[in-house]
Design a protein around this ligand. Structure first.
Ligand code: SAH
Ligand code: F3S
Length: 456
């Protein structure tokens, strides 16, 4: 969802592999959680071949960038990084570009950065062992670029970065073809994983000590069980939540078109299902939504929100919004601002429209000037900030349960997330809380986080 660079993968032990023992890899990830999790799988494949991870890109035998092309800035970053490795081939090192920029640019990457030797999109990760064989045999310009796939990338060797929260991909690709979005052309057609392997993975994670799983998909609620028993998405959530040892199940990202009342009923009935829904709206104007090809109107989206708000649990709601989509008028934008007030989001990821290759909106004549996009974005962020201050302020004095996932030494605080995905920083007399569930009383609230103290 956000294009922040994530920490490179380090640590972990590697079984010795035949052809690559002793070699090291450096893998850096950009983009959404799907990419973060893909990198975990790729790292697992490399470890199983005998590669060892390193945090030093200048020394790694294999440097990999798992890339994002959702907005132009994210894609440009990749080329800025690649520039550092011009000498890699003569040093006997290999550079690989994976993910969405790889799929989008394909072999053109070799023209722009001739020192790159592997270009592979996410729909070809299944072929990684074969592609790595060729790379290790000294072949230059190895590619995995086809989108003609009907299977998902499954591997038992996933190297997970987080000790108690685990991602599980349940659906890959996207068929929605929103007119602004590169995903259908970079990740390929929508394909769901069968419930059997998904639930088996959840059981394995629970046995390994994970207590929180997060189901991932570009349109996670479009998931349909391809095999028997033919579960619905809400039934899959309930089945995962029933796995002994699992205390939290999250899912992202939901598409408003496929989001049904059965999902809210499941959350209501089952406390293990987290009380958080990420439901990207993109615009508050039906006219713009039509041009975006989102397949819902403003009114339908508001009805879905009313349905979510009728839940017995205080489900927190977050969204993605694009400002300055081609042809967006002042009136359209006012409708988006008005929707913020009506929806009462707990978090918004807002973006200026960025024209992308292979998307219809790229060609449209009524593009909005950059300065105007920036103006609208600032107004929106400012309004949403006030809304979050108000909403979070209401939590002061309440008690929440937090899965503790970090420690801020300088501030003497622990940090973690609530079931509603709110960040809570808190003090505690306990010496070690990592991975534990703590009851916390909230005494202060900001727009993006809460502050509290451990009660037990
Ligand atoms: N279903 C996906 C959505 C893909 S991208 C998910 O996992 O979230 C995430 C968000 O990026 C989108 O919801 C949209 O708000 C934003 N985005 C996508 N294409 C964009 C573009 N061309 N310009 C600006 N923002 C874009
Ligand atoms: Fe992109 Fe629309 Fe799919 S935003 S990921 S084409 S639902």
């Amino acid at each position: 969802m956000v294009d922040i660079p994530l920490e490179s993968l380090t640590g972990g032990s590697a079984p010795a592999g035949p052809s690559s023992s002793g070699r090291t890899f450096y893998l850096e990830t950009f983009g959404c959680q799907m990419n973060v999790h893909d990198s975990e799988k790729v790292a697992g494949v490399l470890l199983a071949r005998g590669y060892r991870p390193t945090s030093d890109p200048d020394r790694a035998d294999l440097v990999l960038y798992n890339t994002c092309s959702i907005r132009e800035k994210a894609a440009q970053k990749v080329f800025a990084h690649l520039g550092k490795y011009k000498k890699a081939p003569e040093q006997g090192r290999a550079v690989a570009v994976l993910g969405c920029v790889a799929e989008q640019e394909g072999e053109r990457i070799f023209d722009r950065a001739p020192w790159v030797s592997l270009v592979c999109g996410s729909a070809s990760y299944r072929r990684l062992p074969e592609l790595l064989d060729r790379l290790e045999a000294g072949q230059r310009r190895v590619t995995g670029l086809g989108l003609d796939v009907d299977e998902t990338f499954e591997t038992e060797v996933t190297r997970r970065d987080h000790p108690f929260r685990a991602y599980v991909t349940i659906i890959e690709g996207c068929d929605k073809r929103c007119t602004f979005c590169v995903v259908p052309s970079t990740r390929g057609p929508e394909r769901s994983r069968a419930s059997g392997p998904v639930l088996a993975e959840v059981a394995r994670l629970a046995a390994a000590g994970y207590t929180e799983v997060q189901f991932l998909g570009q349109t996670v609620d479009s998931w349909r069980d391809p095999g028997p028993p033919g579960l619905r998405f809400s039934e899959l959530l309930l089945a995962a939540a029933a796995t002994p040892g699992i205390r939290r199940v999250r899912f992202t990202t939901s598409h408003p078109r496929d989001f049904g009342p059965d999902i809210v009923r499941a959350i209501d009935d089952c406390p293990v299902l987290c009380e958080h829904i990420h439901l990207p709206v993109q615009s508050g104007s039906t006219r713009v939504l039509e041009r975006m090809r989102r397949n819902y109107t403003r009114e339908e989206y508001l009805e879905t929100i009313a349905m979510i708000r009728s839940s017995r649990r205080p489900i927190s709601l977050t969204t993605d919004i694009i400002v300055g989509f081609p042809g967006e008028t002042e009136e359209d934008f006012a409708l988006t601002m008005d929707l913020l007030d009506r929806a009462g989001y707990d978090g918004v990821f807002a973006f200026k429209y960025s024209p992308r290759p292979n998307t219809p909106a790229l060609e449209w004549p009524d593009q909005i000037p950059e300065a105007e996009k920036s103006r609208r974005l600032a107004l929106l962020i400012d309004r949403q900030r006030q809304i979050q201050v108000e909403r979070n302020g209401k939590l002061v004095g309440s008690g929440v349960e937090v899965l503790v996932d970090g420690r801020h030494e300088a501030r003497g605080q622990w940090t973690g997330r609530t079931s509603g995905n709110r960040v809570v920083n808190f003090t505690s007399p306990m010496p070690d809380l990592l991975g534990q569930y703590a009851q916390v009383r909230i005494f202060q609230a900001g727009p993006n986080s809460l502050v509290g103290e451990h009660t037990r």
